[in-house]
Write a protein that binds this ligand. Sequence first.
Ligand SMILES: [Zn+2]
Length: 147
Amino acid sequence: MDYFEEIGARHFILEAYDIVLFVYFFEEAAVKKYSGQHSVATRRKKRGVVFSPLAPDSMDRCCTLVAHELCHTTDATDKDVGEQSLHPDGLAEPDRRPLYPQGKAEVMALGIPEARGVERRVEELTQCVIGRKTAEEVGWASMAGSP
Ligand SMILES: [Zn+2]
């Protein structure tokens, strides 16, 4: 994150915007080299970094990561554990009967549960929804029980 802080400071980006997300694109051939680089964001500083291969078929996935990290900067929490979406808040349709398969993913879980313990990775933003809990966390909906 220091690398991005320095770039942001040098170009006066950090003070110009309330939220700053850097997207670090790397060559597709370097995917292995960057496999350990996870996208991150901090809510305190409202900054984040998304790592993505620079390739036409990677842009849709990159957009989902940007949305996920953007939500983190505005107080949203992860809604998955060990790549399993948490019920109910990590599911796009927690009240669906039967519960599986889910048709979409909650943006803070990024998995589409097809059966209990079986999930498909989100590939594009159109497969994501913002669930009730995330909407509350980012301030788009009032907290349950509050006026
Ligand atoms: Zn996250």
